[in-house]
Write a protein that binds this ligand. Structure first.
Ligand SMILES: Nc1ncnc2c1ncn2[C@@H]1O[C@H](COP(=O)(O)OP(=O)(O)OP(=O)(O)O)[C@@H](O)[C@H]1O
Ligand SMILES: [Mg+2]
Length: 362
């Protein structure tokens, strides 16, 4: 079992710092997922942990030891990349056994490990084949098998499923979850995929431009984003975020955006009222009767998926809102709908994008 700690880790390429002081503690046996926009430093951070990149300052600590000076080969971690990088001229068996043979492990032990991993990953029938005679998903499993046989202290995955088609991704995602349950090892996993992050992670780390925005359990980030970045990043389709001013009126607070005024409970303390942002996820906007509505909007697009419906609709003087409803909704483009924001699931952020409230009393 392996614990990994990053202490004020910084990384610069020449004069350009790309990782700006990361503090992070990854508990033993946890599945931790790094998410964030392209270029935010996910791969760099993973490579720093693996030992493929040095730090400019700060410490990488594995099981209590500072490993900054330790080369990748001595850290005992296994990395699985997006491009599986299998040796094309070797059989599947040989691809998995190769690293162990180089370390002079006994033949019977190598054989046992390769066969165990192959059976766990259901690639036993392909052990004699070359990688080119495998499907993408089978190749990816060989790459994971090659990591498993090394019995690493931790697994590092950099977007391992992003080359696979949608159906295979779902299948492999389930396999990874059960693999973690079986092996119980520490896993760090980089992905762009919301569903992968939400379903695989014990903990999600949201990165933005070389900094951590928030660390938490998936639903914690979903329910209690600490800033507009996390609010907009976690969840698909994304949370509706609307800039507004807050005005006191009649013992209520009114959120004013264009000609629209949305009254909320005055129990929320808003200090700087000129510029705030309110947020509502698509599933937290209800279609109601006019008398109960906060706003009325015109439907720009209605996506009928059968089991669920997405409406893209624009209230007068406001940006377009995405509304999600379960089931089928006979609403068409150009029609008017009356909308209400579910107060208990509404989010408020200040002018700097920091959270004021996750959920507002009725
Ligand atoms: N060898 C390098 N030299 C200079 N800059 C680099 C180098 N490697 C990465 N960078 C820069 O560091 C930043 C972080 O890159 P990184 O590859 O970690 O991003 P990422 O979050 O993995 O992005 P993606 O989602 O696109 O894979 C980027 O701005 C990138 O241009
Ligand atoms: Mg990357």
């Amino acid at each position: 079992m392996t614990e990994i700690i990053l202490k004020d880790v910084r990384k610069a390429y020449g004069d350009v710092e790309v990782i700006h002081g990361i503090d992070l503690s990854i508990d033993s046996g946890k599945f931790v997922v790094f998410v964030g926009p392209s270029g935010c430093g996910k791969s760099t951070l993973l490579r720093i942990i693996a030992g493929l990149e040095g730090v400019t300052s700060g410490d990488v600590v594995i099981d209590g030891d500072v490993v900054n000076e330790q080369p990748a080969s001595e850290r005992g971690l296994a990395m699985v990349f997006q491009s599986y990088a299998l040796y094309p001229h070797m059989s599947v068996y040989k691809n998995m056994a190769f690293g162990l043979e180089n370390s002079k492990m006994r033949r019977e032990e190598i054989d046992r490990r390769v066969n165990d991993a192959a059976s766990m990953l259901q690639i036993t029938p392909y052990l004699k084949r070359r990688p080119k005679a495998l499907s993408g998903g089978q190749r990816q499993r060989v790459a994971i098998g090659r990591a498993i046989v090394r019995d690493p202290k931790a697994f590092l995955f950099d977007e391992p499923l992003s080359n696979l088609d949608a159906e295979l991704r779902v299948a492999m995602r389930k396999e990874l979850a059960s693999l973690h349950a079986k092996l119980g090892g520490t896993m760090i996993y980089v992905t762009h995929d919301q569903v992968e992050a939400m379903t695989l992670a014990n903990t999600i780390v949201v990165l933005n431009a070389g900094r951590i925005e928030q660390v938490g359990a998936p639903l914690d980030l979903y329910n209690r984003p600490q800033n507009t970045f996390v609010a907009g990043f976690i969840g698909s389709p994304r949370m509706n975020l609307v800039d507004a001013a807050a005005e006191a009126s009649d013992g209520r607070i009114e959120l004013v955006t264009g000609p629209q005024r949305i009254a909320i409970s005055s129990s929320i303390r808003i200090t700087r009222s000129d510029k705030i942002t309110f947020g509502a996820r698509p599933e937290h906007i209800e279609i109601v009767d006019e008398k109960d509505a906060d706003i009325t909007a015109t439907v720009d697009l209605s996506e009928q998926l059968g089991g669920e419906t997405y409406l893209y609709c624009t209230p007068d003087g406001m940006p377009q809102l995405t509304v999600h409803q379960l089931g089928q909704l006979p609403v068409q483009r150009g029609q008017e709908v009356h909308l209400r924001f579910d107060r208990a699931s509404m989010h408020l952020f200040d002018g700097d994008g920091k959270v004021i409230a996750n959920g507002i009393p009725q």
